[in-house]
Ligand binder design. Structure first.
Ligand code: X8Z
Ligand code: ZN
Length: 624
């Protein structure tokens, strides 16, 4: 008999007995495993066969699909109709889903030494990564984790700020506060709304801390040092190399961000004066036209080039050309169908949530859903009739068209190549919402001349370039919280240190550890990893460049729209259909011809703007 093989450091005995009983397996501990009887050791020795591994994978996929659907439906209810009961229902199914996924991830290790096909091996790897927050194999802690997740999400969705206006109490929703942050130019009001919204998050602080403790235990049971390593291990490369690569790309774009920061600070300083915005140093976070200072497009009027006008106002075009929110979604859908994608199913229109409900509460933060891994696709949004939401609708539909493109893949491959790909898809379409496109759909009579290009680039940079360091901050903070570098007593201080370091922004009023400002950003209570957006913002320019080449575009890429180009559509579709079946580098290659994340595309796109910004900044003292 050959020597007993240690198959995996976690619960080999449990794994053996569980293979046939998936969800209902017992909870043997390491100590129990170590003191197994001879007969049991012989069971461990007999390495599972390829057929057993395949049966395990098939059963795992089948059971994940069933409970995944259940979870989708209760989560939909919990997000579109927040109530005590919808939270309980969601937490209950979420607990079961986590238990199943954790058991499967542990059992998968049993097949580590079986000679499997590349695809089956990949499925076993993906099985470990189904969850965002794994729990340890302890049903009490799993329940606690599920309840924390549901309740933080509900706290965020029900957050209100109430104030007195003309002797009357007025309560604002998060969505309404976002609109005020975009539209108001009154620094006192902006500060009030900025501070007011952040009352939503202090009650989350302890819950968050506990969630991290449990999640770390879960990650460790799966063989990862902590949640930080776990989150960074989802990219078909070493988790530290991933961090290094992302940071390298950032260093390449940073000079452009620094130039934009310098120019925007100058514009704000001219508008608000030295007392509100000093000419040097960090920019007060409440004045950037966005609740989180993450995208600054609404400041365009304050910083636009004198010599170059956009020639049109997308907010006005949206309001002037669209009757209602449904028509906005139909317009975005038409872009996809112009590329050869099938129209969305009727159920999409019947079951989506397009408007903020008036008689109950919902989580307004936009999201896209595949309920059944097939055709029950939906978006959930509180659409406002403006340019920002026009862009977001394209973003959300990108998720839905991706989900439908990979529906023929096996369950474990029904995902994007990596999470950045999912976020980039709709954005690539938005990059084609150019003046030429607006002429094509009859919203503009003629394209503005080249003199409008600079304004177009600046407007887009206020979204795409301003965003990158914010995206880094969110997950730099979480990674350091997960690995213990940031202790709970420093949560808020560390958050603002990173905001200052990366973004050059500062809070308008003193903050301390009674606050929990990270929790006032949806993705922290919602537990959505954020590096995906950093990746997406870099790679969407790679995709745009490649698809424009396929479409035969020549000249500046800000002038390219792939609207109506079926060759570009086919190329995009072919990549989307791959789902997660291959490492993301291959999906990248399928669309761009090379396998890497590459900031050269975004840098080249904005190169003329960089020249202009450098000229503007010549006599200014930049930096913070
Ligand atoms: O959360 C989103 C989407 C849903 S996946 C609306 N985004 C990030 C955010 O709002 O913070 C898109 C851009 C970044
Ligand atoms: Zn998204």
């Amino acid at each position: 008999m050959s020597k007993p093989k240690i198959l995996h450091k976690i619960k080999p005995l449990t794994a053996v007995f569980c293979a046939a009983m998936l969800a209902s397996c017992g909870q043997a501990t390491r100590e129990e495993s170590a003191s197994s009887t001879v007969a049991e050791i012989e069971i461990i020795e007999s390495s599972p066969t390829v057929a057993e591994a395949q049966a395990f994978i098939a059963e795992a996929e089948a059971s994940l699909e069933i409970i995944g659907k259940e979870l989708a439906h209760v989560s939909w209810l919990a997000n579109t109709n927040i109530s005590y009961d919808s939270q309980v229902a969601e937490a209950t199914v979420s607990q079961r889903f986590t238990e199943l996924s954790v058991n499967l991830a542990n059992e998968a290790a049993r097949y580590n030494s079986v000679a499997l096909s590349e695809q089956d091996r990949r499925k076993l790897e993906l099985l470990k990564q189904v969850l965002v927050f794994p729990a340890p194999q302890d049903s009490e802690k799993t329940r606690e984790l599920a309840e924390i997740g549901s309740s933080m999400n509900a706290m965020y969705g029900t957050g209100r700020y109430c104030r007195e206006v003309n002797g009357q109490e007025e309560c604002l929703t998060g969505d309404q506060m976002e609109n005020l942050m975009r539209e108001s130019r009154d620094p006192d009001e902006l500060e009030e709304i900025w501070v007011g919204w952040r009352e939503v998050s202090p009650p989350m602080r302890e819950l968050y801390q506990r969630q991290v403790e449990i999640g770390n235990e879960g990650a460790q049971e799966l063989g990862y040092d902590n949640l930080s390593v776990f989150w960074r291990s989802k990219y078909d490369m070493d988790s530290d190399d991933f961090m290094v690569d992302a940071n390298d790309q950032w260093q390449r774009v940073k000079p452009l961000y620094d130039a934009l920061h310098c120019h925007v600070r100058d514009g704000l300083n001219n508008f608000y004066g030295d007392d509100v915005v000093p000419a040097n140093g960090s920019i007060p976070a409440h004045l950037l036209g966005n609740q989180w200072a993450q995208q600054w497009t609404s400041l365009y009027d304050l910083v636009k080039p004198e010599t170059s006008e956009l020639g049109y106002d997308l907010d006005q075009l949206v309001q002037g050309n669209l009757d209602d929110e449904v028509e906005m979604v139909e317009t975005a859908e038409r872009f996809f169908t112009s590329l050869g994608f099938e129209p969305l199913p009727d159920t999409f229109w019947d079951r989506s949530m397009f408007l903020e409900p008036v008689d109950h509460q919902a989580v307004c933060h936009a999201s896209a859903w595949s309920m059944d891994g097939q055709d029950d696709l939906r978006i959930k949004m509180c659409i406002d009739m403006n340019a920002e939401d026009f862009t977001t609708v394209h973003h959300e539909l990108g998720h839905n068209f991706y989900q439908r493109a990979y529906k023929e893949q096996p369950v474990l491959f029904r995902e994007s190549a990596n999470d950045g790909f999912h976020e980039a898809t709709g954005d690539v379409i938005s990059l084609s919402v150019t003046p030429k496109y607006l002429v094509d759909i009859g919203w503009l009579e003629e394209e503005p001349g080249v003199e409008g290009d600079l304004g177009y680039l600046l407007n887009l940079a206020l979204d795409k370039i301003a965003f990158l360091p914010f995206a880094l901050v969110v997950d730099q903070w979480r990674w350091q919280v997960f690995n213990g570098e940031i202790a709970p007593e420093n949560y808020n201080e560390a958050w603002w240190a990173l905001r200052e370091e990366y973004q050059g922004i500062t809070p308008p009023v003193e903050r301390n550890e009674n606050h929990f400002d990270p929790g006032a950003k949806y993705h922290i209570p919602g537990n959505t990893p954020y590096m995906r957006y950093f990746l997406a913002y870099i790679q969407q320019f790679q995709f745009h460049r490649a698809l424009c080449e396929t479409a035969g575009h020549e000249g500046q890429l800000n002038r390219c729209s792939i609207y109506g180009n079926e060759a570009a559509g086919e190329k995009l579709q072919a990549m989307l259909q791959m789902g997660a079946s291959r490492p993301w580098q291959e999906a990248m290659e399928a669309i761009t011809g090379q396998p890497e994340l590459d900031a050269s595309a975004i840098i080249d796109y904005f190169a003329p703007l960089k020249v202009w910004l450098d000229g503007q900044n010549e006599d200014r003292q930049c930096g913070w």
